[in-house]
Design a protein around this ligand. Structure first.
Ligand code: ZN
Length: 198
């Protein structure tokens, strides 16, 4: 016997697809949505559709942005010869919040993870190498200090070093297994300042 209406069941099913949302949470959210004001639900749904339709990848660094170039890449005052490599847009935002980094970024959208079948061709690595053909002076690898992040850092370092470009890795102020987006700004700044040559 179906306890809920078909509409609620469908809403629960759609919400369950989201990461970190199990069936119980999906049910809770579904009932919350049903009790929200109609206008608020329309605003929420509209924001989702508009974000999905309009957000794109920056032509330079591949972060998510509303225009062809993100505000960092479009800023001539930034040092475009210093490129910080991060796993995702949230990590880039974490470093931007420190207001201490003056270079630009490259967003990989993932890390090498053989156990999940994610190889070098599944992240934005070819795009990074293409960027380095123009004059880059330093690549700062700021992938997470998880096994995947370290594997990715080593892989990138080996790939770039022969070109003579300086390759550094942010220091271990970032705890092992730590994800950048959850780390405070002081620690992130220290990790950048104390970066080491690879
Ligand atoms: Zn950009």
């Amino acid at each position: 016997m179906d306890l809920y209406s078909g509409y609620i069941n469908r809403l629960i099913a759609e919400l369950s697809v989201l990461p970190g949302i199990g069936n119980k949470t999906a049910q809770r959210l579904a009932f919350h949505i049903i009790n929200m004001k109609k206008e608020s639900v329309e605003k929420l749904a509209g924001a989702m559709v508009e974000a999905r339709n309009n957000v794109k990848y920056c032509n330079e660094c591949f972060t998510l942005t509303d225009s062809d170039l993100c505000p960092v890449c479009a800023n001539p005052a930034r040092n475009h010869k210093q490129i910080m490599v991060v796993e995702n847009t949230r990590d880039m935002t974490a470093y931007e919040k420190t207001c201490k980094y003056e270079g630009v970024y490259h967003v990989l959208h993932g890390a090498i993870n053989p156990s999940l079948g994610i190889g070098p061709n599944d992240i934005r690595l070819a795009e990074l190498l293409k960027r380095l053909q123009h004059d880059a002076e330093e690549v700062i690898i700021a992938t997470n200090s998880s096994i995947e992040g370290e594997t990715t850092a080593m892989y990138i370092s080996k790939l770039i070093k022969p070109s003579g470009i300086r390759v550094t890795r942010i220091a271990s102020g970032v705890p092992v297994g730590g994800e950048l987006e959850y780390i405070d700004e002081v620690t992130l700044t220290r990790a950048l300042d104390a970066r080491v040559e690879l």
